[in-house]
Ligand binder design. Structure first.
Ligand code: NCD
Length: 359
């Protein structure tokens, strides 16, 4: 069985297959209308969402399936203290596939360890968001006609922006990718993505805090919202919240074919004056999100009993009671899960669930 917890749970060929299928769904929607008849998707959303949850819902409905679940954990047994694993065991009795969003990092991973149906991570804390990545890849392909050989600028909150982390991981497996990381000091990309992904995979990257200087070379500009809900210190948020604003003046510095992506919601990092620019792809990106989720649901259901499509093998985890995960928002610091670790690049030991350093 295949779950999608991290973008690298899918081989590159599987990602390409999902994108090709999404394009076929776009071209021949009627052919897929009944493909999930009598199947149920559960959406377990422990954190706010508009696009992700409703695009999953719309995707399953368009495939002829049905949807159940909750969008507020206060209305679920989580409010009574039920663990994520127990909730997922229960939902596996009702649904054929589960999409889960959780503020605690690693929650979908522990869910997948006990689930009898495929689990899709719809965002875990500031860690990963692999279905947004599929959306972004499909959007890049449709806007530029290719995913290889692009220079992509990530701008804004690269520290807490889970969509950025996941997209860089996925792009690291394509050819000729150059990454420009545009962020203030406080919001720079976590080390584990720079070391374990960019350096390990040979992705060319550079860091800057100057959007004007970076924009002329970009094929894709990926704007992000500063993730207010992830800051532990409100003053720090206030200092960085308006770091970068994309406006018509800055768009004039960009290539005539650059695509502007944003996972949305935007707050004020893209002025509405940019919306009518043909390069503004963020609302087309939303629609791509529905098609790619249709494709993902169909694929995971098809692959469920196929030995060709299983989870990647990992080295055995390090179990050492002297080590602790440094992240207060990690599942191992919130529910009773045995702390597990892995040895990453440069000999650094990282948490198995959330990639944070040990203490
Ligand atoms: C993003 C998310 O939830 O991480 N939104 C989304 O899923 N489209 C980005 C964000 O919240 O800023």
């Amino acid at each position: 069985m295949k779950h999608l917890i991290d973008p690298t749970d899918l081989r590159k060929e599987e990602i390409d297959q999902i994108i090709v299928l999404a394009e076929d769904i776009i071209a021949h929607r009627e052919r897929y209308q009944g493909s999930m008849a009598h199947k149920k998707l559960a959406t377990l959303f422990y954190e706010p969402s508009t696009r992700t949850r409703l695009s999953f819902t719309a995707a399953m409905m368009e495939l002829g399936g049905q949807v159940l679940g909750f969008s507020n954990p206060q209305n679920s047994s989580a409010a009574k203290g039920e663990t994520v694993q127990d909730t997922v065991r229960v939902l596996g009795c009702f649904a054929d596939i589960i999409a889960m969003r959780h503020p605690i990092e690693g929650a979908p991973l522990v869910a997948s360890e006990v689930s009898r149906v495929p689990i899709i991570n719809a965002g875990d804390g500031s860690h990963s968001h692999p279905t947004q990545t599929l959306t972004d890849l499909l959007t890049i392909k449709r806007e530029l006609g290719r995913i290889d050989d692009i220079t992509i600028g990530f701008c804004g909150d690269l520290r807490f922006g889970r969509t950025v982390h996941s997209l860089i991981k996925a792009l690291s497996r394509y050819h000729g990718i150059k990454v420009v990381l545009i962020a203030p000091d406080e919001l720079r990309l976590p080390d584990y993505i720079k070391l374990d992904v960019c350096e390990k995979m040979g992705v060319e990257y550079r860091e800057t805090d100057n959007l004007d200087e970076a924009i002329p070379e970009l094929d894709v500009l990926y704007m992000t919202r500063v993730q207010k809900e992830r800051f532990l210190d409100e003053d720090e948020f206030d200092r960085v919240k308006d770091s970068f604003v994309l406006d018509a003046r800055r768009m004039a510095l960009a290539k005539p074919k650059m695509a502007v992506l944003h996972p949305l919601p935007r707050v004020n990092e893209i002025l509405t004056e940019v919306d009518d620019d043909p390069r503004a792809a963020y609302f087309r990106q939303v629609e791509n999100g529905k098609f790619v989720r249709m494709s993902l649901i169909v694929s995971l259901m098809e692959w469920r009993n196929d030995p060709e499509h299983v989870m990647p093998e990992h080295e055995a985890p390090i179990l050492n009671p002297a080590l602790h995960c440094s992240n207060p928002k990690c599942i191992c610091n919130n529910e009773k899960h045995q702390p597990r670790f892995r040895l990453a690049e440069n000999g650094i030991t990282r948490c198995w669930y959330c990639d944070s350093k040990v203490r």
